[in-house]
Write a protein that binds this ligand. Structure first.
Ligand code: HPA
Length: 283
């Protein structure tokens, strides 16, 4: 675990390097999940900064993850978009996994959209479908806030009742329906990976109330809530979870399906960002 001084110093150098490239404080941040990185192509007047050019920034190694920070306009909004995230299964510490969300926080970002590829536990879901995250269950075995609290970043015991902003969720669901898609919400269970789950683990996850399973997102959401941000979470169901269908799971299938569903995700993001208040009114 990094010490308070180290994490603060690391955030400060990264902040000053990114700050110079910002046109203004971003209206929001976006973290793009596996195979969903092409959203940045929709951004105008964009500046792409490879993570390796940001001092202090950890580098992702996962397939389908590029490792760029994109700054630019998404319709009427000025956004800070992470093309490629860091996963716990890659061996990173939680400080590293949540570094992008922290960097957004110290740059003044107040709203965050997180996206991910997820396995569908709820049998009413179909591969390729987008599901709005209603809540999560953290089964990573760690909490990114463990350790001495960094008071300048947020409170010791942050509330998680509204981890996923209610109004923003309702807006996203309305947009999905306007797009002629099924507007469904779900509870996302975060597991460490990198092995996929066993069918017995999926039955367990279903029994405890999970609709979706994935290996990411929850650390960033906890940190974003700690930092007082409003969060919208969008899962792309890339496969039915282990044992739901009589077949094996592969990362190729995950990436193939997310590439197929990416168009819908980009349309949803663009429509949500085009809303006058940018989503996320008060609770
Ligand atoms: N399990 C865990 N993570 C995932 C899955 C899954 O089935 N699909 C995409 N990410």
């Amino acid at each position: 675990m990094l010490t308070e001084e180290k994490i603060t110093a690391r955030l400060n150098v990264a902040r000053s390097s990114v700050e110079k490239k910002l046109a203004r404080t971003p209206d929001l941040g976006v973290i793009l999940g596996s195979g969903l990185g092409k959203f940045v192509e929709n951004m105008t007047e964009r500046t792409i900064i490879p993570y390796e050019d940001i001092p202090g920034f950890p580098l992702p190694t996962a397939p389908g993850h590029k490792g760029n920070l994109a700054l630019g306009n998404c319709g009427p909004k000025y956004a800070m978009v992470m093309q490629g995230r860091l996963h716990y299964y890659e061996g990173y510490d939680m400080e590293e996994v949540t570094f992008p969300a922290r960097l957004m926080e110290v740059l003044g970002v107040k709203k965050l959209i997180v996206t991910n590829a997820a396995g569908g536990i709820n049998e009413s879901y179909k591969p390729g479908q987008l599901v709005i995250m209603r809540d999560h269950i953290n089964l990573l075995g760690v909490n990114p806030l463990r350790g001495r609290n960094l008071d300048f970043l947020g409170p010791r015991f942050p509330d998680m009742t509204y981890a996923y902003d209610k109004n923003w969720r309702a807006e996203a669901l309305a947009v999905l329906k306007e797009m002629g898609r099924q507007g469904q919400e779900g509870v996302y269970a975060a597991v460490p990976g990198p092995s996929f789950e066993t069918p017995a683990e999926i039955r367990y996850l279903r029994a405890i109330g999970a609709d979706l399973v994935g290996m990411s997102t929850v650390p960033e959401v906890i940190v974003a809530n700690h930092g007082g941000m409003k969060v919208l979470g969008i899962s792309c169901v890339t496969n039915m979870a282990a044992g739901v269908l009589e077949r094996k799971l592969t990362m190729e299938e995950v990436l193939e399906t997310s590439a197929r569903a990416a168009g819908d995700l980009y349309a949803l993001l663009s429509a949500v960002l085009a809303r006058p208040d940018g989503g996320a009114a008060e609770h």
